[in-house]
Design a protein around this ligand. Sequence first.
Ligand SMILES: *Cc1c(COP(=O)(O)O)cnc(C)c1O
Length: 476
Amino acid sequence: MRVESLDLENMDICLDKAIKVVGEYIKDISSDPVIPNIKRENLYDLVSQEIPFEGIGVEEVIDDVKENIIPYCSKIGNPKFLSWIITSPSPAGTIGEILNVGLNQVPFCYKSGPAATVIEETVVSWFANMFGYTDKSGGILVSGGTMGTLTGLSVAREVHIPGAMKKGLQNIKKPLVVYVSNISHKSVETAASVLGIGSDFVRKIPVDSNFRMDVEKLKEQIEEDRELGYDPFCVVAQAGTSNEGAVDDIDRIADLCNEQRIWLHIDAAFAGGAILTERGKTLMKGIEKADSISTDPHKWFFIPVEAGCVLIKNREHLYNTYRTSDKAFNADEPIEYMNYGMQFTRMSRAFKIWFAFRAYGLNKLSKVIDTNMDLAQKFTRIINESDKWQLLCPTQTSAVCFRYVPNLNYSDEELNKLQNSILNELELSGKAFLAPAVINGKTAMRACLSNHRTSYEDLEFVFKTLNEIGERISKA
Ligand SMILES: *Cc1c(COP(=O)(O)O)cnc(C)c1O
């Protein structure tokens, strides 16, 4: 009987071809346009296909990718891609991921990926070390910050209500309440929803003039909730809010949480990478006091998507939440990742991080992140020194939020519209890409300088281009 196999006779040729495509894409990443200007219906014509019952062969599909897919990719690694916080992946991270996909390890247990399991332990311990956690801590690689915060809060819930993973919240007497600042990321509400707490039970605490959670108001709200019969169980502090890049006063919040016996989770999805710098360490002072931390290697650590890392100060709590048997926690027993998170079949997300960190060294990454923060400060200065431009929040990490104010006769509503029009034009020009953000109800242009390729010249160019567009539109 002839066995139908999927092996390829021209495997070497195909691999060389595919790798070359990736190499050329990365080499070409600095060219225009940053965002392709193509209508969705045209892409349906080009890309979508009938169900392919008969194959055409790998080389033909690669040719099609070159012709019909690559021109319609957003150049995330372009030095003038300054939107959101999707960072430019490091080439070593990409190479690591290519190898990783080839090896296809599944580290849910040791046997399904011995090296991958130990690599994950290693990478988790590196992150634990960066944030000042001890050997007692543990963690797992997840898809991103959303899953990291969901995991952290699930552990917080299990610690607060032992047995919640089994019994759910069917028997609790008092509704659980979570606290975040009113500019926190939506993923906290998602976690509360998924965990049966409900997003209505996420209290949004106002921020101060530096966009940091007002700790006095947090304390008052906790006390008020207790009096009203709620059960305050978790605070999520931000180490880098998505829009402003603001870092909460973690040290003070940690002391308050400790005093109040409330779990403290840190959302360090955005600015976690800054822990590699002296400035970042100062901003995140006290972070080692938190009960759990989630950070995104796929953001400011320049790892290709997807890679999130959640750390739990006391590994036992993570085990008790996700263990797949009744076996009690034993610190001496080797880690099997199926007992430490939600997934069974899972990719090795640690491999590309292990690879890139070893290839570059953390000292080098630290310098890149420091440069990003310098650029953010320089750009802030440019904005502050130009009379038609206005900064909308202090620059704490790498996000700069600003707007164009051609003259004082504009209403806020008109200004909001103007910012969006300028950004649209910029995007259509293909020269750069910035996303808008809303700061205190005002529309801002937001430049996120967490891109390892962006230079000061790039920034000057972006500013000059924005100026030209702004002048042209406001005169029209
Ligand atoms: C990006 C981000 C998240 C969500 O992380 P994902 O990796 O996108 O799931 C959460 N919080 C903050 C502050 C973020 O910037």
